[in-house]
Design a protein around this ligand. Sequence first.
Ligand SMILES: [Zn+2]
Length: 420
Amino acid sequence: MPHGPGAEVSELFPSMQQEIARLCASPEIRSAFTWFRAQEPQFTQWQLQLARIAAPPFGESARGAWLAEKFKELGLDPVYSDEVGNVFGTRSGYGHGYVSLSAHLDTVFPAGTPLNVRQQGSRLYGPGVSDNGAGVTAILAIAAVLQAVGLHHALPLLFVGNVGEEGEGDLRGMRHIFSTPRWKDSIHYSLVLDGAGSDTIVAEALGSRRFEVIVRGPGGHSWSDFGAPNPIVVLSRAVHAFAQTPVPSLPKTTFNVGVIRGGTSVNSIPESASMRVDIRSTSMAEMERLERALRYALDQAVEEESQATKARNPSRRHPFGLSCELVPIGNRPAGELHPNAHIMQVIRAVDAQLGNAAQVQRASTDANIPLSLGLEAIAIGGGGTGGGAHTLQEWFDCSGRELGLKRILLTLLGLAGRAI
Ligand SMILES: [Zn+2]
């Protein structure tokens, strides 16, 4: 689910604008738009069906199998899955290089979460119904309209339902696709659909690095072993020092200590203490600088507590052993699209054509992976409106889905080009 403050707006390009206007005036596109309106009940059914198939992190295979079936019904060929569970379907074209349209299959909800998915009027309720029920449904709607109306395009299209976008998934689906030479070198444009809405363009990849820090010591009795090193004190010293690291407002860079744990009882010197730290920025260099600051703060804190232990134990009666481990638990690369990139020109021309006001944003999405490799990618919504993402109260409203679908279709065809 993308989120984040707005960034600057790129220019409009008149020739691109004319191309999109011509595309929009074609009879095929007009029938596609009419078809979208007529098919909303089908889209709603797909969305309800897929949201009822659990897709926890690392457990997306049932939803993937459902999607593969739908891809086949909609005439994509070939349809197949890779070794991590990403599902692919292609529509052949005439040129070199693919335009990919992807949506993540996974949800944040652990296995066993009750999926009380239901419809009330135009509103759908249930965990994952919008993030990313909206994105997956939009992919199906686009594949369906291309088949129904017989729309042709120059570049081949790659439809992808990918695994592992949320939380601990750490973008593993996209990472796998773009580490495969076949796709890394052949996907020229990536259009990522994430969640609901038609009013955003994610063109800046917000990167993050996450760590679990574990400090271990000999432990002991608070009275009789007094003087032994204390892991909670080490963490406290490190947090105090790290929290004073200056961060720039541009590129926006943040840090957080989100979890802290340790100790067993009030009268025990703890044997261990741990914390979880989150570092975010659109700049790789800033994330690296903050990681170095964290490591330095930890080294200093261990050193200070070791010195204090020595001072408290001139006779060295107690063990000194103190260790600190930094375990990476998340790593999402940062990246940024050039404001005048081709994909940006296309989406901005499409928005102007549709009279749609959209804001450029920075967020962490599947687009991080291609963006960090210097490839052209954006993330947009699947249309409609949604709310309560990542909660059991999540909802999606189908009203206005049409605008989102028109926007996706025109952008996709604008990127792929018309077949002559
Ligand atoms: Zn999402």
